[in-house]
Design a protein. Structure first.
Length: 410
């Protein structure tokens, strides 16, 4: 393993560590189009400049840096990378590990004297987590055309600020829509920390992905009658909080019984007073299934139980699908080629599914041949300050990424 690559990786990781980190929880608040996001973008641009990579910013907030050695074609590039934003109070590895590892893999290829026959691009996608504007993988969705500019201009953050205004306030020049750079990409290969314990159980430092479970985000609006918490008899209430609470419990039972995933992770209450019965409860369901049929059944049953409970409580329920992603199968030929290419150094590399969404899934659905490389997570914890990967495994991930790139660009 190249010492300069190791030193470079560790230095990049140290430089990123304090950006957006909470002094209270130790978690990260790296929301898009904020001052912290500007620092992250500047860090990326600076790292690319040091390496002589030409950075291109599209009008969707994405950054793509190009390494096009003399003699290589002008298109059919191999794109690597990930994202730099986080969920609220998230971990350090989800996203940034892929970006840092991609830059380190470029370093390692250069140390080895590899002269790519195809351009290599390193991407940093915007708003992958959907933590500010509610649509996961927004940057890659806009770049690939799977989300329209018209739909995106309607997005608001929790304070009601429109997406376009947030981008402009961050010093960007928004021009939403399909990105020209995508036409120059022939392959996308994303490294990511594993969000689960599969590799731990297999005692493997890295693995490749087979597919992404279908998943979606659904807004549940429960409305009732605001009233006094002390003077209103229990039998006279039309309390949307009760309707929501029973729906959340029902979602847990349905998901447990079927082996799927259902999570109400965000709730807003109005008027949000201690001594007042709510008039409205809005809750967001994150639902995931091991097939599109299972996802449909899961959401339908949760909606049915919620509607029945609302009818019993004298409240009303409206359900809106805010974003839904179908199952994504990664390119089997590409995955098989990479697995064979890694076998000499790493033996039998596991190929596993993932229940988490990624920019890789968006580009794969858009027709780009795509694969993913996972780095072992010793606890399996993700979207939490406790998210972790050992440095030795991170460096192994860089080596595996670089070897896979050699297969693709030799």
């Amino acid at each position: 393993m190249g010492t300069s690559m190791t030193d470079g990786f560790e230095q990049m990781w140290r430089d990123l560590a304090p950006l957006g980190r909470s002094a209270v929880s130790g978690g990260y608040f790296r929301q898009p189009f904020t001052s912290v996001d500007s620092e992250l973008r500047s860090w990326f641009v600076d790292q690319c400049a040091v390496r002589g990579l030409q950075v291109e910013a599209d009008g969707n907030g994405n950054l793509v840096a190009w390494w096009s050695p003399s003699g290589s074609a002008a298109e059919d590039a191999v794109l690597i990378g990930s994202h730099l934003d986080s969920v609220l109070d998230g971990g350090a590895y989800d996203g940034p590990l892929g970006v840092v590892s991609s830059l380190a893999a470029v370093d390692l290829l250069r140390e080895r004297g590899v002269a790519p026959s195809r351009p290599i691009a390193v991407g940093a996608f915007a708003e992958e987590e959907g933590s500010r504007f509610g649509i996961a993988c927004l940057g890659s969705r806009l770049a690939s055309g799977s989300t329209t500019p018209e739909a995106a201009t309607e997005l608001r953050d929790r304070d009601g600020l429109p997406l376009m205004d947030a981008m402009s306030s961050a010093g960007l020049e928004p021009a939403l829509g399909r990105a020209e750079w995508l036409d120059r990409v022939g392959t996308y290969f994303e490294l990511h920390v594993e969000q689960g314990r599969d590799l731990v159980d297999r005692d493997a430092p890295v693995g490749l992905a087979t597919r992404i479970w279908p998943h979606g985000r659904y807004r549940f609006d429960f409305t009732g009658n605001a009233n006094h918490a002390g003077t209103t008899r229990m039998e006279d209430r039309h309390d949307p909080m009760l309707s929501f609470a029973m729906t959340a419990l029902g979602a847990d039972r349905v998901a447990l019984a079927s082996g799927q995933r259902a999570t109400f992770g965000r709730v807003e209450v109005a008027p949000n007073g201690t001594n007042a019965i709510p008039s409205r409860v809005t809750a967001w369901l994150d639902a995931r299934g091991d097939s599109e049929t299972q996802l449909l059944r899961l959401v339908s049953e949760i909606k049915r139980q919620g509607a029945e409970r609302a009818d019993r409580d004298g409240t009303r329920l409206t359900v809106t699908a805010e974003s839904v992603s179908g199952e994504v199968a990664f390119d089997p030929l590409l995955t098989s080629t990479l697995r064979d290419g890694l076998a000499a150094s790493w033996g039998e590399v596991p190929v596993i599914p993932t229940m988490a969404g990624h920019d890789a899934g968006i580009l794969a659905a858009a027709g780009v041949p795509t694969a993913m490389l996972f780095v072992r997570n010793p606890t399996g914890v993700s979207h939490s300050p406790a998210e972790h990967a050992e440095m030795a495994d991170c460096l192994t991930g860089v080596e595996a990424l670089a070897e896979a790139l050699e297969v693709l660009v030799a």
